[in-house]
Ligand binder design. Structure first.
Ligand SMILES: C[S@@+](CC[C@H](N)C(=O)[O-])C[C@H]1O[C@@H](n2cnc3c(N)ncnc32)[C@H](O)[C@@H]1O
Length: 448
């Protein structure tokens, strides 16, 4: 018999909490071959992401009602409780009787029958309390942390680096599901044609107000099953990432190196700008990831892209000098928490080596740039250490490069400072992103 929504959600959450799996990969895997009805899958996904993004808030509620702290409970029991509380506190459409009954039943499925009474008692206590989210009384970062389910260290860092107001807005914007944003493959179709085809299938499309050929989709179902996707008429890419590829401004016939390329969406947009003419060498450290780039490029008909394994921090004599070099470096991902909510719970300690890795990749990327050629550094993080500090450090150490001033017509939605641009998710309903652009001094030999 096919599993129900809560059983699927429980399986997936255990893989995230116990086995430290990535949310999107885990959920895809659990839902793919489960044989459940679409509405069960939809509820499973809503519960799954809801519990992860509200983890600290839910844990705090459990600690109020339970003698044993949430962190000391069996992972399975903690997951069951968080699922039950999430339904009671956040999913109004689920009747409270169903929420309690289904959650207690999960104990059987999880082989934790001895926890039934305990789970029932905690959920009943939350109902007696009026199903409200209770916050710590004292004002301050701890209260904000519980309110937005965001670690205190991160709120403090954002408050210090941006402002307290921005920190709160960033934390708030990291809750809820992000839009599914795609880009039209203009080499195979037009906006009008693609929109008409997708509308016929009942897919809703919302044109992005800042980025051309960019749409948010609704009710699309599984993208990989849509013929238009299989035919390479579009691909998934967030608006700020599309904008980044545009800023690189690669032209037909150019040589471009994309040093951290997988899964390849920026390479795809850059290759479109090149009209598929020239050479775009796309690297990633991991072989299995380079296959994502090649498969995507094949589907989209972008044969100027050549994907290969390569370490972006190590110089290779055999690579050509390039007109454009893109360093879209590995980062903490603090701009894409809404997409991948588990990111915010990574220990701060695990992020401390990133700026040095990023610096090494940018340094190395610079070595490939031709005179007059451009170097773009980007992250999907919101942290001065990963962004401005790396970009400014590079310019200081490399007088042979100059900053290229960046502007957008995005108004207040993007913060522009000389050659650096930061996109804040609460202002653009899109991923947080950072871009810095440099040009190697010397004579230009650009192909127009
Ligand atoms: C931010 S993601 C790139 C996203 C990609 N540019 C896109 O738009 O689809 C960073 C990528 O860098 C890769 N990576 C990490 N360390 C690397 C290294 N030393 N050399 C090359 N790639 C690396 C990761 O595997 C990951 O795929």
């Amino acid at each position: 018999m096919a599993k129900n929504a809560r059983q699927l959600c429980f399986d997936a959450l255990c893989q995230v909490y116990r086995d430290k799996g990535y949310s999107s990969i885990v959920l895809d895997r659990v839902l793919k071959q489960c044989g459940a009805q679409p509405q069960e899958k939809t509820l499973a996904a809503a519960l799954f992401y809801g519990v992860i993004e509200r983890d600290l808030t839910l844990g705090y509620q459990i600690d109020r009602y339970s003698k044993r702290k949430c962190a000391k409970l069996d992972i399975e029991v903690a997951v069951i409780l968080k699922m039950g509380l999430y339904q009671l506190l956040y999913l109004e459409q689920i009747p409270e009787r169903a929420a309690v009954h289904e959650t207690v039943s999960l104990c059987q499925y999880a082989r934790k029958t001895s926890a039934k009474g305990f789970v029932n008692a905690i959920l009943r206590a939350a109902i007696r309390d009026g199903k409200q989210v209770v916050l710590p009384v004292e004002d301050g970062f701890w209260r904000l942390s519980v309110r937005y389910s965001c670690p205190e260290w991160l709120l403090k860092q954002w408050a210090e680096e941006y402002s307290l107001d921005t920190a709160q807005r960033l934390a708030e914007a990291s809750l809820g599901r992000p839009p599914l944003t795609v880009r039209v493959n203009t080499l195979k179709t037009s906006d009008e044609e693609l929109c008409a085809l997708l509308k016929k299938r009942g897919v809703g499309l919302q044109k992005n107000r800042w980025v051309e050929h960019c749409y948010a989709l609704e009710h699309s179902g599984s993208l990989s099953e849509l013929p238009e996707f299989q035919q390479g008429l579009f691909y998934v890419q967030d608006a700020s990432s599309q904008f980044c590829a545009k800023i690189l401004d690669a032209k037909p016939g150019m040589t471009v190196l994309d040093l951290c390329s997988a899964p390849g969406s920026k390479a795809f947009t850059v290759a479109q700008g090149m009209e598929n003419k020239g050479e775009l060498l796309a690297f990633d450290l991991y072989e299995h990831k380079t296959r994502l780039i090649s498969d995507g490029a094949k589907r989209l008909g972008l044969d100027c892209i050549k994907a290969q394994v390569g370490d972006a921090s190590v110089y290779r004599e055999d690579l050509p000098k390039a007109d454009r070099v893109l360093c879209d470096v590995p980062c903490a991902g603090l701009g894409i928490i809404r997409r991948k909510p588990e990111i915010k719970y990574k220990p701060r300690e695990s992020l401390k080596d990133l700026p040095e890795i990023q610096r090494r990749i940018l340094e190395n990327g610079g070595r490939y740039v031709k005179p007059g050629g451009r170097l773009l550094y980007s992250t999907c993080s919101l942290s001065r250490a990963e962004n401005e500090a790396v970009a400014e450090g590079f310019l200081k150490a490399h007088p042979e490069f100059e900053p290229v001033d960046l502007e957008t017509d995005w108004g207040k939605a993007a913060e522009a400072k000389g050659n650096m641009l930061t996109f804040f998710p609460h202002l653009i309903d899109s991923d947080g992103f950072f871009i810095a652009l440099f040009e190697r001094k010397g004579e230009k030999h650009e192909k127009d």
